[in-house]
Design a binder for this molecule. Sequence first.
Ligand code: DQA
Length: 148
Amino acid sequence: MEKKKILILNGPNLNLLGRREPGIYGTGTMDGCLEALRRRYPDVEIDYYQSNAEGSLIDRLQAAATDGTDGVAFNAGAYTHTSVALLDAIRSVPVPVVEVHISNVHSREAFRRQSMIAPACVGVVCGFGLDSYRLAVEGLLCAAAGRD
Ligand code: DQA
């Protein structure tokens, strides 16, 4: 069986994980999170891309449609709450996307309860710290197994 390929896609300010508002996002780094994921899923190719720019996130999503990616765990950061362009991009690719948040966006400011992208996603994981990424990968692998 061919190795599954999952893309972890992070949006704005998520390059600062570990240093950014640690009371909300914790002190763990994305490097540590990726290392743990790759250790836990040795048979899965875990790719990673982060950008602070909306257009670059769209370009990476579009690339995922043709590079053999089986699923995307996408933390769009603040763009989650504002971006019609990302909603359209997710709808434009045939790859399943899970919306991810480290914090529980429903227990914070009211504007974080709205997601522009959720309607185009296969599921949403939020509130489990960096474990949210692992739970999203797990969901994507279950969905992919169901398609095989
Ligand atoms: C976030 C939640 C968003 O509301 C916020 O803008 C982020 C991070 C999270 O992972 O909890 O940048 O997506």
